[in-house]
Design a protein. Structure first.
Length: 276
């Protein structure tokens, strides 16, 4: 019988927005250019993401399990699994089952716990979903929360100013929940934005880049996709975080130069060759 598993593959569980450069639309080309087959599992389909005033939206929850069951028939095996925004308790349960069914000894699982930002939950997120996300974290090898999400997952009160030791303590708590590699993203440090790299039994590293412009859609998805692909390709975690940060900086600079609206994400296309 022909094998469908002769090439490295990452299963990507996220929503599909046709415009706005986020989620599957940015992660798929990034993972592909890094020489890994990307296999998307759509959680919902949108004409453009929810940051716009108007958008078409179709929830894919009721179809996700049937979709995934076909992959079982094909006996697909994944070198990596990457999860992003999940829109309901039911979706988190489906993803948990997916992880149980498809995670093997060498499968690298990256969970991006897309829950909120600037100290607040996203409007669609509930306290029950927060608890379910805490349960899902146990399956992660790599976790990429922003400061807000790190606080939510560890029941830490959010504040504006942080010491590295305080964020490190949160990373240690998160590691105790399952993942041995954690990147806490978007840490403000004066004119810099920093990412804290935590690995079990290794010194904590801070990777900083000059803050340019304001927040744009899809940057977290790009960051997570690079880390997932690098992990499958055997790139050291700290090097991968640095690469993702510098890549995003280049993309943001191009977006500002082209006067791209914030809702439209970042111009990553012209920089894809940097990831080769």
């Amino acid at each position: 019988m022909d094998s469908h598993n002769n090439q490295k593959k990452i299963a990507l569980i996220n929503d599909l927005s046709g415009f706005g450069r986020c989620s599957i639309a940015v992660a798929l080309p990034i993972i592909s250019v890094m020489k890994i087959q990307c296999c998307p599992v759509p959680t919902s389909i949108l004409s453009n993401h929810t940051g716009f005033e108007s958008y078409f939206f179709e929830d894919y929850t009721s179809r996700m399990q049937d979709y995934v069951d076909e992959w079982k028939k094909l006996d697909l095996h994944f070198d990596g699994i990457c999860t992003g925004f999940l829109g309901s308790v039911d979706q988190i349960a489906i993803v948990e089952k997916f992880l149980r069914d498809f995670t093997e000894e060498d499968t690298i699982v990256l969970i991006d716990p897309v829950m909120g930002d600037y100290g607040k939950l996203y409007p669609t997120y509930t306290l029950e979903m927060c608890q379910k996300m805490k349960d899902l974290v146990q399956y992660a090898d790599i976790l990429t929360p922003n400061l807000t999400e790190a606080c939510m997952l560890t029941d830490t009160p959010y504040k504006e100013k942080w010491k590295v030791a305080e964020i490190t303590e949160m990373a240690e708590k998160l590691s105790g929940m399952g993942p041995d590699k954690i990147a806490v993203t978007g840490i403000p440090q004066g004119s810099f934005l920093a990412n804290l790299c935590y690995e079990t039994d290794k010194p904590v590293k801070i990777r900083r880049t000059h803050q340019i412009g304001t927040s744009r859609s899809g940057t977290g998805d790009i960051f997570a996709a690079i880390l997932a692909a690098d992990a499958v390709n055997g790139v050291p975690f700290e090097d991968s975080v640095r690469k993702a940060s510098l890549f995003l900086k280049k993309c943001i600079v191009s977006s500002i130069e082209k006067e791209i609206p914030l809702t439209d994400g970042v111009c990553f296309e012209e920089h894809l060759s940097r990831l080769l």
